[in-house]
Design a protein around this ligand. Sequence first.
Ligand code: FES
Ligand SMILES: [Fe+2]
Length: 463
Amino acid sequence: MADGVDALRATPFPVVDPERIPTKRYYDEEFFRLENERLWTHAWQMACRLEQVQNVGDYIEYTILGKSVIIVRTKDGVKAYHNACRHRGVQLAEGHGNCETQGFTCPFHGWRWNIDGKCTFVYGKHMFSEHQLDQGDLALPECRAEEWGGCVFINFDDDARPLRECIGPLADRLDQYQVDKLRAEWCYGTILPANWKVAMEAFMEGYHVMRTHPQLHEAAGPLYQSMYQEPPGTALPVNPKLSARDNVLAQFRHMELLSEGMAGMCHAKDVATASKLLDVDLPEDPLQGMMTWYGMLNAEVTRQGRERGEPTPDLNALAVSHPIKAVEFIFPNYFLLPFLSSMSAYRIRPLGPESCMFEIWSLTLFPEGQEPEPVMEPIMLPYDSKEFPPIPQQDYSNIPRQQIGLHAGDFEFMRLSKDIEGLISNYQRLIDGYLKGAPKEKLAKAQHELGGNFDGPIKDLGL
Ligand code: FES
Ligand SMILES: [Fe+2]
């Protein structure tokens, strides 16, 4: 074997057949430990939203698997520090706040650091050896931090490839949609009794809509039928037995359902725009009619957004030049769900082999100067809370049951569709790439294959 292959590490429960995902990956403690050691310490992860650190001195803590990092806005831009007092390791900052004038004071013996991570006070200095007081050694060590998409991402690996190189062309596509100008309206969080990957995989295909979200399927049956039921390309995303107008009304109902309970999956302002377009003149042919209507809706969402002073992109132009999927996944644990003017975002963090934290943001564009106050923390709800919008509620109801089912006897692997559950296989095999220590350039390149891969096929990742 070539040297490079020899050097790769053995991994437990690898994905050998890309259509079959070994069940133990979702609860085995050793596998979880290896993910911690080889994935989470090397992958870029969304640590906070930029507006959470918008003024000099603003800081917010990010935690992942027992590690804590402070993200701070300094005069020289956003930085991240490992969150531990250099004396005896007490966590320096908790939650969020502003450290511009006070810096950080350790609650144990009162040592202090300024916003730039420089140690400014050691109580009873004369009692310490000279070399214990070396300024370079006492400074707060920095953690890699880079910005994209209105967020700060951190990486514990000083040799990691740059963030944008990892996200790849998807970052450019989403930039066209002004992803960096979106602002959070709200954030909900919950703890799910499931492995973080089980929770994520509920959002990597639309194949589950028929059974999990029957109301969506009922409203736009032909749309889903064209995607999941008939052989590809043989069904129309409209009902040919209904008039163009009735098809549009069904689409509109679908949008209302996506928006219900402020689900953020279709912004209320876009539903309002659509509601004014229900009696426009349309071609009689249902498919032509629907396409015309969507063109008008895109144009109107763009026009009205700009009229309000929002930096709305030209949605019709982008649909041609920079098409994106309804769900875009940024490995390893961040999702953006763009629809018309707005997006929702999901972040899923492991807490243990069978427990994870799931956060949902509603993001939209605002006129400059009229942005809302930053949302500093999620509103935490039990995962089965009726306060969650109906669609996440339905998704969350399956996740803990799936985690239980994975332990059942004789269930050794999941059986994926090669055509539309490919993203699950692809990102799982990218995890294997991290676990076995594949070269970083290859990992970054493999990640590019995940852009636009929602409902997509199994791919060769070159790993
Ligand atoms: S542990 Fe922080 S000052 Fe002693
Ligand atoms: Fe769903």
